[in-house]
Design a protein around this ligand. Sequence first.
Ligand code: ADP
Ligand code: MG
Length: 235
Amino acid sequence: TEERLRTSEKLSAVGQLAAGVAHEIRNPLTALKGFTQFLQSGAEGKQEYYEIMMSELNRIDLILSELLMLAKPKASEFAWLNPELVIRHVLALLEAQAILKNVQFLTNVDGSLSGMMGAENQLKQLFVNLLKNAIEAMPDGGLITIRLQEQADKRICFAIADQGSGIPQDLIDKIGVPFYTTKDQGSGLGMMVSRKIVEEHKGTLQIESVIGEGTIVYVRLPINRESGEMEEKRK
Ligand code: ADP
Ligand code: MG
């Protein structure tokens, strides 16, 4: 029965997500319909309409590509990997964007790290999401520090600290709720996907933030997922 309960919980989560997706996609679709009708009637100011239509189409595209992340198969991709190399690869991916935004990355690896079991592409997606948020939190640029540390409890701690605007304490709980965003061009799906990836790795994600000073996101992942699982059961 416990298993069945969990399945029904999952189904309702899927139902909630589906309702959210339908809602989020219907808004831009309604706008697109309206503009198509305008254009059909030979309205003036076409260029402006096309631009709005394009940005609505981009929004749908963004929402769908983030959702596809959730649909990807998991378990089988787990392999032994080097967490430092994963971070270096992600930083290389984001380098151009960082330079453009006047953002500097500083990596700080404490002692020597062992490897860990993980799904490399998912972990890359996780850190891209977190680092993008850090970059976007600093419109005037600044420093992002990425600290890697092996903990005594056989987990790797990744701490990503920015010097951004910070997050009001009462809003921290909303982060990761599907479609919660404070950005004009945000999808509000990045942190939900991130939490899901951390969960699949039996890890934890914690956000600490001080208004006007910045935000630190701590991701702690077990070196072996099985030991993380045992840890979970003990609780
Ligand atoms: P999006 O980035 O599309 O808005 P996310 O799920 O990635 O969606 O993030 C949700 C919200 O959480 C953001 O809109 C922002 O308000 C807040 N947030 C996340 N990371 C940070 C950060 N490092 N600094 C400040 N706010 C953040
Ligand atoms: Mg984001």
